[in-house]
Design a protein around this ligand. Structure first.
Ligand code: PEP
Ligand code: MG
Length: 759
């Protein structure tokens, strides 16, 4: 049965249109269960009717003409109950009805199972036959399993409008409809509106044939010329970005250049040409081998590197075939779309025309997402259902906040998003004026607003009024390299930030790799990476990495007035703090011995594992500051993977359990008189900021875009009122109640403009 199940699912998934998928499904199921009839009914958009969408066994005209309300027939009953019904003599059932016009006869045996996705009944799958037969347990289980697997396909067809068009039989494809929505993950927050420009890889490696050459030296010359041309292109692109991208991101282009070195791809290709292959064939083989190797890796970050290799290969092929990438026309508002948008493709669009990016593949880890964030271009990554090949020239809206792409937005949708964009712009301009004001509540309570750094340059943060760096995600400069950066390389990057922020405090977090953050040159492959070798666990096991980093941080601060704060991620046990503190002390002594005058750093612990909440008082007594990482604390408290879209609707930073934990940490820090901050996303959100301020968090560290909004909100509330709200909230049972109450309070206080209104 398992094999049959698998082959049906594969068959259906591989079929062309949605209609073909359903036809195949009813055919395969009928054959597999040896019945006379198999049907699939789909729920209408009103959720009041079930329409026969595919069938084998009735008259052909039945499809599309039979519809049943939910209180009609056994099929309706399956949908109403959302449970299977299995009868050997259906005619005896009070809900049985017969529709003779379509060739339905006295079918006695009936097995119907609901198709359910995310708790919603999308349809009913039914098998029937004349002869009495009680489908056995394994047959029923088979149909239930199959229907669960198919639910995804049907849910997708609902989202794209294929269900609606099939029911209406309009033949209109999803893309012709207004407001077809496709989902991915938000790569960069923001909203972009414009025209889709499909960007193709310039040539196809698959189309290259394997040929032998008897003129090796000419082939080698052609190859060298092509590779050199690609190198020049990369240098030109890198130049083009040199003023708009921070240095660590520009380093990506160096990685590209290295890949083309003789001891990397170029050498392998040349070897094959010397053995008699023509250059294009040699290129194809080498690129495919490398890509396969990358794609076989479990680590998503390393897998992404396969795309870089492919991109390079295609560029070289373009020159070999002498078809320079066709000059694409980029309209004023371009939304760049592609199967796999690469940093190189991004570079082809004039920066002032690019409004958004949609990539079918890739994730928030991919270099493209890193670049897009640095350039502040709204991006949706991993939109796996997005029909990129068919959207060229279509108007699109990219909602990078929610990871959604809207094709052919209707006038109403455009107006909605334009209002939002205008609102965001107006608010941003208005709030810019607060830059030089302190963040003080109406009743005089001071809160520090700092920034999280890692992907963006420092200039913008200071322009927005940042009073310090609350979290420097040091793993980002590590991610854009192809080896661990040296002490000096690290020192230079860290110092740049410290100098820019002087005399403001700078919090450097020690390397937090593992989980969803991987280094290509230090692969970690685990079943359960968020519960695995991550953060401080890695660096304590590799004191050499920790020491180099700590020394670089200390030296970077030499001679500067600002405080260096070293922060330890993923702390779960007291002993980890003791060990890390003694390593920092050792690094400090070593740096002094080298003759570099440095100050003792402050040391802090991130509270992001529930264990640290329960030991917060003890931890607070050991260090200079605590900083809550609410992103991870939420994921670990609620047991919800912060990166898994399937459970995204269970991830709530204002879940009462999380809020109670945050309050307890605040109490512990107050008892020990230890400085307390927070650097998770909650700090950058209006509701979160008000509650955290009420709890006594002295520093809220956030991305620089949120900073002015948070300042405006806090400057317009009284702490005494916020404490009253907090007291109410801490007695609530659910996140929904908390949100509803807080929204109402903020709206009443005239602060509704900063609430996320568009969802
Ligand atoms: C957090 O977990 O809240 C945090 C700030 O760290 P990161 O998001 O980098 O894991
Ligand atoms: Mg974290």
């Amino acid at each position: 049965m398992l094999n049959t199940l698998r082959s049906i699912v594969q068959d259906v998934a591989g079929a062309g249109s949605f209609r073909e998928q359903l036809n195949l499904l009813v055919h395969d199921v009928r054959v597999a269960l040896g019945t006379e009839v198999c049907s699939i009914y789909l729920m209408s958009s009103s959720r009041e009717e079930l329409l026969l969408a595919a069938n084998e066994g009735f008259k052909p005209e039945a499809v599309g003409s039979v519809s049943l309300s939910l209180d009609q027939g056994l099929v309706g009953l399956v949908a109403q109950r959302a449970e299977p019904i299995n009868l050997n003599n259906a005619g005896m059932h009070p809900r049985f009805i017969l529709i003779p016009e379509i060739g339905e006869e006295a079918f006695h045996a009936f097995l119907g199972v609901p198709v359910i996705d995310h708790r919603q009944v999308l349809g009913v799958l039914v098998v029937q036959q004349r002869e009495r037969r009680k489908f056995d347990e394994s047959e029923e289980a088979f149909l239930v399993t199959l229907s669960a697997q198919l639910a995804g396909i049907i849910a997708h067809a609902e989202a794209t409008g294929d269900v609606a068009s099939l029911i209406a039989d309009s033949g209109e494809s999803a893309l012709e409809r207004a407001d077809a929505i496709f989902r991915g993950v938000g790569g960069t927050p923001g909203i972009g509106k414009g025209t889709a420009v499909l960007i193709h890889p310039p040539a196809s490696l698959e189309a290259v044939s394997d040929k032998v050459t008897d003129d090796v030296s000419t082939e080698l010359q052609v190859l060298d010329r092509a590779i050199e041309s690609v190198r020049e292109d990369i240098r030109r692109i890198s130049q083009q970005f040199s003023s708009s991208l921070p240095r660590e991101e520009l380093a990506l282009f160096d990685v590209y250049l290295h890949m083309l070195d003789d001891n990397a791809l170029a050498g392998d290709i040349r070897d094959r040409v010397r053995k008699g292959s023509w250059a294009q064939g040699a290129l194809k083989q080498v690129i495919h081998e490398h890509v396969r190797r990358f794609e076989a890796m479990e680590d998503p970050y390393i897998r992404e590197r396969g795309a870089d290799v492919k991109d390079l290969g295609l560029r070289v092929l373009g020159y070999l075939q002498d078809i320079r990438a066709k000059k694409t026309y980029f309209p004023d508002a371009t939304i760049l779309v592609g199967e796999e948008v690469t940093p190189g493709m991004l570079a082809e669009v004039p920066a002032d025309r690019l409004r958004g990016i949609v990539s079918v593949r890739g994730s928030v880890n991919s270099h493209l997402a890193i670049l897009a964030q640095s350039l502040d271009i709204p991006a949706v990554m991993g939109a796996i259902d997005f029909p990129a090949a068919n959207v060229d020239g279509i108007p699109l809206v990219v909602d990078g906040f929610y990871g959604e792409v809207i094709c052919n937005p209707s006038t109403a949708t455009i107006e909605h998003y334009e209002t939002l964009m205008a609102g965001e712009r107006a608010l941003a301009e208005e709030l810019d004026q607060l830059r030089d004001y302190k963040c003080v509540t109406l009743d005089g309570w001071r809160v520090g607003l700092w920034v999280n750094i890692g992907l963006t340059g420092v200039g913008r943060s200071l322009d927005r009024g940042a009073e310090g760096i609350g979290l420097f995600r040091t793993e980002i400069p590590f991610m854009t390299k192809d080896r661990f950066p040296s002490e000096e390389e690290q020192r230079v990057i860290y110092r740049e930030h410290m100098v820019a922020f002087e005399p403001k405090p700078v919090t450097m977090r020690t390397l937090d790799v593992g989980g969803d953050k991987a280094l290509s040159y230090f692969p970690i492959s685990e079943e359960n990476p968020f519960l695995g070798w991550r953060g401080i666990r890695v660096t304590l096991d590799h004191p050499e990495i920790f020491m180099v980093q700590a020394r670089a941080m200390l030296k970077a601060n030499a001679g500067l007035k600002g405080d260096l704060r070293i922060m330890l991620p993923m702390i779960t046990s007291i002993s980890e703090v003791e060990e890390a503190m003694s390593l920092v002390e050792r690094a400090y002594q070593e740096v002094l011995e080298e003759g570099v005058e440095v100050k003792q750093p402050q040391i802090g612990v991130m509270v992001e594992v529930p264990a640290a909440v329960y030991q917060a008082k003890r931890l607070a007594s050991m260090v200079d500051f605590l900083a809550v990482g609410s992103n991870d604390l939420t994921q670990y408290m609620l047991a919800v993977d912060r990166n898994n879209p399937r459970v995204a609707d269970l991830y709530h930073e204002t879940h009462p359990a999380v809020l109670t934990a945050l309050r307890d940490v605040a109490k512990a820090a107050q008892t020990e008189n230890t400085y307390l901050g927070i650097c998770g996303e909650l700090a950058g959100n209006a509701v979160g900021a008000v509650l955290l301020m009420a709890m006594g968090y002295r520093v809220l560290s956030m991305n620089e875009t949120s900073l002015p909004k948070v300042k405006w909100v806090l400057r317009n509330v009284k702490r005494s009122d916020a404490r009253r709200m907090l007291a109410r909230v801490l007695r609530m049972d659910t996140h929904e109640e908390v949100q509803a109450f807080m929204h109402q309070q903020l709206i009443r206080a005239g602060l509704g403009r900063v609430l996320p209104s568009h969802h």
